[in-house]
Design a protein around this ligand. Structure first.
Ligand code: GRF
Length: 199
């Protein structure tokens, strides 16, 4: 169970590196922060972010989605979050679409970070698409998760200039820095406001 009753417990779902998870975790260790990371969970048992979380003393849970239905996998992830007392779920590079039963069960309590200025470029390859369109700016969005991919209400955005000579990789690296700054602030504000309102 979460150690600090003054903070809102968050389960972070990842599939890979987990740099956004790390940004959320390190921000949660600064005072004051209204949330704490109760669990890091992944559909990829080899996700480097799991090892990082474990090394930081954060409980982890891993369950491959292979051989399971979407519903079975979602349900197991949700049960793990509940076992660790999570009230919120932060998706951070979680490369799975959550089914509607899961989204309904956690309605209004799941956030995601997406590397584009939504509603532009839902889905994958956001930076290549921004460059192909000749956009002058790119960025990232924190949004509520619904059953539609990258479609829920946007609660925060950060903008990044597209520079001459940018490639999808160079742009992704700059946007990722903005993600690390934006997500902890947005999550803290969102759960802090909900807590103050007694939700
Ligand atoms: C981030 O760019 C995030 O916006 C996207 O996937 C990437 C995950 O990176 N959904 P990391 O695992 O947080 O380092």
């Amino acid at each position: 169970m979460p150690a600090d009753p003054r903070r809102e417990p968050v389960a972070v779902f990842i599939s890979g590196t987990g740099s956004n998870m790390a940004a959320l975790l390190y921000a949660s260790r600064m005072e004051p922060c209204p949330y704490e990371i109760a669990l890091v969970a992944s559909n990829n048992p080899a996700a480097p972010g799991l090892a990082l979380a474990a090394a930081e003393g954060v409980p982890t849970f891993a369950l491959s989605h292979r051989g399971l239905t979407r519903h079975e996998h979602d349900a197991a992830m949700g049960k793990a979050a509940e076992r660790h007392g999570a009230r919120w779920i932060a998706l951070a590079g979680y490369m799975r679409v959550l089914g509607s039963a899961f989204v309904d069960a956690w309605a209004g309590r799941i956030l995601n970070i997406h590397p584009s200025l939504l509603p532009l470029y839902k889905g994958l390859d956001t930076h290549a698409r921004a460059l192909a369109a000749g956009d002058r700016e790119a960025g990232c969005s924190v949004h509520l998760v619904t059953a539609e991919l990258d479609d829920g209400e946007v609660i925060a955005q950060a903008r990044v200039a597209v520079l001459p000579g940018d490639t999808a990789d160079s742009l992704a690296r700059r946007v990722l820095i903005a993600e690390h700054q934006l997500y902890p602030r947005a999550l803290a504000r969102f759960v802090g406001t909900a807590r103050a309102e007694g939700c």
